[in-house]
Design a protein around this ligand. Structure first.
Ligand SMILES: C[S@@+](CC[C@H](N)C(=O)[O-])C[C@H]1O[C@@H](n2cnc3c(N)ncnc32)[C@H](O)[C@@H]1O
Length: 483
């Protein structure tokens, strides 16, 4: 029998290639790769090449272990969010800010049993978060410094391991409830079942969680490359002078700010709910006053479900607005909400305007099910990059658990775009996230459809019922495309 272990060697080769590519990036920056013990948050280098190499590395290492280690090891080793939450609540990283401390001291300050806290830290340290420098003496390391309060990752970990984790505990109950299972109403989400309140009620009524939420959102942004990703990814240098970038639902406009700072030939419009736009004005006045003085930025309130953004912009950018972290007034039609936002945007577009949807784009794990236009992982990795892309699949489940909502595939976006009269131009891949570029769909399609209809009628090959159905379809297409 032929023994073919080529796939294992190919995985090892991917591990070494990706590590070499990381080493090359650090060498180019004349910096060493920081050790696991390093607590300097500025030491790790973050750029697109490193993110791409890391995605392959994470995927190949996990696939290698899943291929070789006993399957029950992999299943039983799953991360324990409860330990992270205890460490955060006990403020262990903060206590270790100035150097190592014995468990007795950490326990005294946090009011948690020294024995139990030590066991929690040992569990985390076996996954390389915290370091036991000598018996029962603990120190921060590369991972645990992210739990310091000034790092937005700590807000995200708090949010995930507290209210979101608790929400997830009701996922099975919500999914197996015959009345809830097919619902897309957020009142039927696991989170609501567990907490007896939906996410927005919890964030409004629970001051501590509500205050942490914006930091958690910034933590997500940082996790996926921050505002810089947009600046680096799109060919802004070839865009004409004074092109306008409209950040729709842009919060205080941090993406628009990063772009206009880096590309002075671009102007920005920041659009969000009225209260957020007022905050945006203050933030820009403080962080980028020249743009305000030279009128390189406009602030225009919007309810993107009810109206269109500013007309005639060159780019309409939308990030993280197609999931349900929104104050949508609709409870049960996440796709319809997304379609409404795009239709309203389509109405504002001039010839040549582009829509840039910046989201996690999910891919199927089966090779033949991956969309033609999607970026594929190198063989023998899973085509969707497996564990290297785990965060977006986790986020998809967060959306399911918290809002009965979802992240989407490229085909989903293309289909929703088509309903709003938009067609795919290109995707711009940023390792974790993708910018999907859309433009107005060609009006020729309506003409073609009408012509086909006329031809069929002429040849009388349609019964009355079918004719009526085709006329209705034609009218619907016209309404979608012409708006
Ligand atoms: C998940 S945040 C994304 C913010 C920003 N695009 C980013 O990526 O950081 C969603 C944003 O949509 C805004 N928003 C929610 N409902 C809105 C509405 N009906 N009209 C306009 N903006 C809305 C929120 O205020 C928030 O800033």
């Amino acid at each position: 029998m032929a023994v073919d272990n080529a796939h294992l060697r190919e995985l090892v080769a991917l591990v070494s290639q990706s590590v070499e590519s990381v080493l090359a990036q650090y060498a180019a920056a004349a910096r060493p790769v920081p050790s696991l013990d390093s607590t300097d948050p500025s030491a790790p280098l973050d750029n697109r090449a490193i993110r791409e190499a890391t995605r392959v590395l994470e995927s190949a290492c996990a696939q290698l272990c899943a291929s070789v280690a006993p399957p029950n090891h992999i299943l039983v080793n799953m991360v324990n969010p409860a330990c992270l939450r205890v460490a955060l609540t006990a403020r262990v990283a903060e206590q270790l800010r100035d150097g190592p401390k014995p468990i007795s001291e950490l326990a005294k300050t946090s009011g948690i049993s020294a024995d139990k806290l030590g066991r929690i830290l040992r569990n985390l340290a076996t996954k390389h978060c915290f370091r036991e420098v000598s018996k029962d003496v603990w120190a921060n390391n590369r991972l645990s410094v992210c739990l310091l309060p000034e790092d937005t990752t700590s807000g995200l970990i708090g949010h995930m391991t507290d209210e979101m984790y608790f929400g997830m505990t009701s996922l099975t109950d919500a999914l197996t409830d015959a009345e809830w299972t097919d619902s897309t109403d957020k009142e039927h989400a696991a989170f609501t079942r567990a907490h007896k309140h939906n996410v927005f009620e919890i964030m409004t009524n629970d001051a501590k969680r509500g205050e942490r939420f914006p930091q958690a959102m910034l933590g997500w942004t940082k996790l996926h490359g921050g505002a810089e990703v947009v600046v680096q990814l799109y060919p802004w240098d070839s865009v004409p002078a004074n092109a306008t970038f409209c950040d729709v639902g842009g919060s205080v406009g941090h993406v628009a700010m990063a772009l206009t700072k880096a590309k002075p030939h671009i102007k920005a419009v920041v659009q969000d709910l009225p209260t957020v736009v007022e905050q945006a004005k203050d933030v820009w006045q403080k962080e980028f006053p020249e743009a305000v003085q030279k009128q390189r930025v406009q602030f225009v309130p919007i309810d993107f479900f009810a109206g269109s953004p500013v007309e005639g912009c060159d780019f309409y950018y939308s990030r993280s607005n197609t999931c349900q972290y929104l104050t949508s007034h609709r409870h049960d039609w996440p796709d319809a909400d997304c379609e409404t936002i795009l239709k309203n945007t389509r109405k504002a577009m001039k010839p040549g305007s582009k829509v840039l949807i910046h989201e996690f784009i999910l891919m199927h794990a089966a090779p033949e099910a991956v969309s033609e236009s999607s970026e594929k992982a190198p063989f023998p990795l899973l085509p969707n990059f497996g564990v290297g892309a785990q965060r977006k699949y986790n986020q998809d489940l967060n959306m399911m658990s918290a809002f009965n909502s979802r992240e989407r595939t490229l085909d989903d976006f293309v289909a929703i775009g088509a309903k709003a009269g938009l067609k795919l131009v290109k995707t711009w891949e940023a390792a974790d996230t993708t910018i999907v570029e859309l433009e107005a769909a060609h009006r020729r399609r309506i003409a073609q459809h009408t012509c086909l209809l006329a031809k069929r009628k002429r040849f009388g090959d349609l019964g009355d019922g079918r004719k009526k159905q085709h006329e209705l379809t034609a009218r619907r297409i016209r309404r979608h495309l012409e708006l």
